[in-house]
Ligand binder design. Structure first.
Ligand SMILES: Cc1cc2nc3c(=O)[nH]c(=O)nc-3n(C[C@H](O)[C@H](O)[C@H](O)COP(=O)(O)OP(=O)(O)OC[C@H]3O[C@@H](n4cnc5c(N)ncnc54)[C@H](O)[C@@H]3O)c2cc1C
Length: 465
């Protein structure tokens, strides 16, 4: 009997160019693949969570691909800390391969799994897969982690060479997979979830199609990416989050392509690495401001305003359109994430952690590092954040980035007959559309931006060091 090793899929749901899978297959043993629907994670999620349906479909696609290669995927439901060591014992597998995850909860889970495996004379072997540079691969000359993006980006680009973006051709070694049949997978309903209305297709093929479509537009990325009504961005964040597409493939393409658009997009992929290494070096950012002086900010935290923000009923059309897009689709454009986050913290004076938690529940692409980084940037509490006195005006942002109100009209249809000028601030319209009644048809603004701006400045000024 050949020796068995395990490959454990987590946020790397693909067969192609998968570093950990490549190393497992190269080890010479027969490899059995496993995915765990982890009850420690699932327990906190609502039945209609879009992400679980997305993951379920990705796992199903993986299973079919492994079956086509003469092998299979064991899809388990339970605590990974129990399941992985149990399977290793049952199958006599000493080595368990997986790709590294930098979130504090995942690090703690992996430590427990590794400890349990060690007691069985086994080991957990982790590989870099979801970023180009991890942990302390890009440090300052003094050997410290970067906390400012631009020098990090420069050092990242300086360090880059073809090795770091080269694919791990795991797909060429599938004959090393164990020839076996796994039990049936639990259905979505058995897991306690139901199908949702996500427009995003799951799986590696869907990710490749999105990327192929984006390649046709990448040269325009820099000039189009800030306009939510324009198809300017890649829409790959969810696939990157769950690893249905390889970061190496994307970074390699952008790097080799060059030019303004591709370079700008590569910069966004570097932001992704930046926040991953930041979370790894400074795990205290989970639940705390990076900057110590802002840990005591006394937010007002109005429940009523928070609910209006969540429901897209603030009376500021661009904010409401964005929040409704999030609720209806699980996606929000980056410019709108910045506007809505700034609005929550600096117009509604609500703790950024409330917004961070709501995005974490709702975003299909939720990623702890990027979400925390984005919120701390907008709230000015982060390491390389928007200065606290630079406060987005939701009306001028709307005029600039949705000049014809196309995006607003898509998600706030009750404002559909406003002209392109008045749609950004309907309460100021001298001649609103016939029959339109402010507050009856659409809310009057729940706060006055000019007043709240001053109050936000006072709040932050009090804590200035
Ligand atoms: C408040 C706030 C919360 C955010 N929460 C998340 C989150 O939970 N998950 C998430 O993936 N991104 C998050 N972002 C970053 C960004 O908004 C999304 O990555 C982007 O909108 C996804 O769309 P896209 O794939 O079309 O991006 P593109 O513009 O095509 O960018 C390509 C990829 O680069 C990465 N990226 C782009 N911008 C950033 C950034 N600022 N920080 C880190 N990575 C970036 C993403 O992986 C993205 O898919 C957040 C930003 C803010 C301001």
């Amino acid at each position: 009997m050949p020796q068995t090793h395990i490959f454990w899929f987590r946020r790397d749901l693909r067969i192609d160019d998968n570093a950990g899978l490549f190393h497992a297959l190269k080890s010479g043993a027969a490899v059995r693949c496993v995915f765990v629907f982890d009850t420690d994670i699932l327990a906190a999620l609502p039945a209609a969570d879009r992400r679980i349906a997305f993951i379920w479909d990705c796992v199903e696609a993986l299973r079919q691909r492994l079956q086509a290669a003469g092998s299979d995927l064991y899809v388990a439901h339970g605590r990974a800390q129990d399941i992985i060591p149990n399977l290793a014992e049952q199958w006599g597998a000493r080595r368990v391969f997986a790709n590294r995850d930098y979130e504090p909860a995942a690090i703690s889970r992996d430590k427990q799994v590794a400890e349990q495996l060690a007691q069985q004379s086994g080991q957990l072997e982790l590989f870099k897969d979801q970023v180009i540079f991890e942990t302390d691969e890009v440090l300052t000359a003094a050997g410290r982690p970067y906390t400012v993006f631009t020098p990090y980006k420069n050092a990242w680009l300086k360090r880059l060479d073809p090795f770091f973006v080269q694919a791990y051709p795991s797909q060429n070694r599938l004959k090393q997979l164990a020839c076996w049949q796994a039990p049936p997978s639990p259905s979505l309903e058995t897991l306690g979830f139901k199908r949702t209305n996500s427009a995003l297709q799951a799986g590696g093929e869907a990710a490749d199609q999105l990327f192929a479509d984006f390649i046709l537009r990448i040269t325009h990325y820099k000039s189009w990416r800030d306009f939510p009504a324009t198809k300017g961005v890649s829409y790959l964040s969810t696939h990157l989050r769950f690893g249905t597409i390889s970061i190496r493939k994307l970074a390699q393409f952008a790097w080799q392509q060059g030019g303004e658009g591709a370079e700008c997009w590569l910069g966004e992929l570097i932001w992704r690495d930046f926040y991953q290494q930041l979370l790894w070096h400074f795990p205290h950012v989970v639940g705390n401001s990076f900057k110590e002086e802002y840990r005591q900010l006394q937010f007002e935290n109005s429940q009523e305003w928070f609910a209006a923000w969540q429901e897209g009923q603030t009376g500021y059309p661009i904010v409401d359109a964005a929040m409704r897009q999030l609720k209806q689709t699980g996606y929000m454009h980056n410019r709108l994430r910045m506007i809505t986050a700034s609005f929550l913290v600096k117009d509604l004076l609500i703790d950024w952690r409330w917004g961070e938690a709501y995005f974490a529940e709702t975003l299909l692409d939720f990623d702890q590092a990027a979400n925390n980084g984005g919120w701390q940037w907008a709230a000015s509490t982060g390491c390389d954040a928007q200065p606290y006195f630079r406060i987005f005006n939701p009306v001028t942002q709307s005029e600039k980035f949705d000049p014809e109100g196309k995006f607003i009209r898509r998600y706030v249809p009750e404002l559909g007959s406003f002209n392109n000028k008045d749609i950004h601030a309907p309460w100021l319209a001298k001649n609103p559309p016939l029959g339109f009644k402010l507050q009856h048809d659409y809310p009057a603004p729940i706060v006055d931006h000019a007043v709240q701006r001053q109050r936000a400045l006072q709040l932050f000024d009090k804590n200035k060091t």
